[in-house]
Design a binder for this molecule. Structure first.
Ligand code: SF4
Length: 200
């Protein structure tokens, strides 16, 4: 089986997954964008309701914010031959009693993530978007504990393989205003790293 055929077969398996169905308020609908040629990976959190209904990652205001950070437009952002998007939890996990987003389902990454990443051999750079993606990388790479803010500020320590970022939710607008170094220092470096990863 070619690597493309193997990935297509894996994708069919993922899309048929009902493993944690009992915990999913809107039912299973894995949302991911992958290919054997993608050079940049956006490791994200979990779909929200808009993304669940559209079946397209970052199909909401957080996507607009993330694309602004990266300095790229929708056609490139959704070109899965170049950019893969793989959340830590592939289906919408619901809300917490306090109204916040529920965390990604914990069953999902151990079940699928390793197999999916192994099927994307061309990846050069992984954007760790939010605390869940950073925690998983920290576990794999044995990084010492650090806050999201400290990891973002010390992004050079994680390059060239990883680039930690906040989750681009509306709350992060407040965080950005409190941390002006993010726009001044980190975003130019992020755009440079993204261009380098996507270069032929
Ligand atoms: S969240 Fe993951 S493990 Fe649960 S049903 Fe969706 S794909 Fe399967």
């Amino acid at each position: 089986m070619t690597s493309d055929a193997a990935l297509a077969s894996l994708l069919r398996e993922v899309r048929a997954c009902r493993h944690c169905e009992a915990h999913l308020p809107l039912g299973p609908r894995p949302v991911l964008h992958i290919s054997t040629t993608a050079r940049l990976l956006i490791a994200s959190q979990a779909p929200g309701t808009k993304v669940h209904h559209a079946g397209i990652s970052f199909w909401d205001a957080s996507g607009d914010r993330l694309r602004t950070w990266l300095g790229i437009e929708k056609p490139l952002f959704y070109d899965e031959t170049q950019i893969a998007i793989l959340p830590m939890g592939l289906c919408y996990p619901g809300r917490l009693p306090n109204g916040g987003d529920a965390p990604p389902r914990p069953e999902c990454a151990p079940l699928w993530r390793g197999r999916i990443l192994a099927a994307m051999p061309a990846l050069r750079l992984t954007l760790l978007v939010g605390t869940y993606a950073q925690a998983e990388a920290a576990r794999l790479e044995n990084w010492p504990k650090a806050s999201m803010t400290d990891r973002v500020r010390a992004y050079k320590n994680y390059m060239p393989r990883y680039f930690p970022l906040p989750h681009p939710s509306w709350r992060t607008g407040i965080w950005e205003r409190k941390n002006p170094w993010f726009a001044a220092e980190i975003l130019p470096a992020l755009r440079h790293a993204v261009r380098a990863a996507l270069a032929p």
